[in-house]
Unconditional design. Structure first.
Length: 114
């Protein structure tokens, strides 16, 4: 099973983007789904998580601006709605599904710049 992340791009500060992550097949055991981001020279940072009951958690830096969600029809598809984007949100964003194994998407570049 592979994860495919999409939706990144170039956006001006204050703008919005919606990232998507879809699995190529069915992942039967899922403990949580998450979005991470990474900039050059830094460790990968946890941005948001969603667990099976729908509870979500966010990094302090994105609280109130980002929303993680999961497709109710296809629970192996998830999204990250990013609003009020800031230049410091610039990074490669990775989706992750943590079950009996860890599944990672290939990353999608988000650049926030005027």
């Amino acid at each position: 099973v592979q994860l495919q992340a999409s939706g990144g791009g170039l956006v001006q500060p204050g703008g919005s983007l919606r990232l998507s992550c879809a699995a190529s097949g069915r992942i039967f055991v899922v403990y949580y789904m998450a979005w991470y981001r990474q900039t050059p020279g830094k460790q990968r940072e946890l941005v948001a998580t969603i667990i099976n009951d729908g509870a979500t958690n966010y990094a302090d830096s994105v609280k109130g601006r980002f929303t993680i969600s999961r497709d109710n029809a296809n629970k192996n598809t998830m999204y990250l709605q990013m609003n009020s984007l800031k230049p410091e949100d610039t990074a490669v964003y990775y989706c992750n599904v943590h079950g009996l194994a860890d599944y990672w998407g290939q990353g999608t570049q988000v650049t926030v710049s005027s």
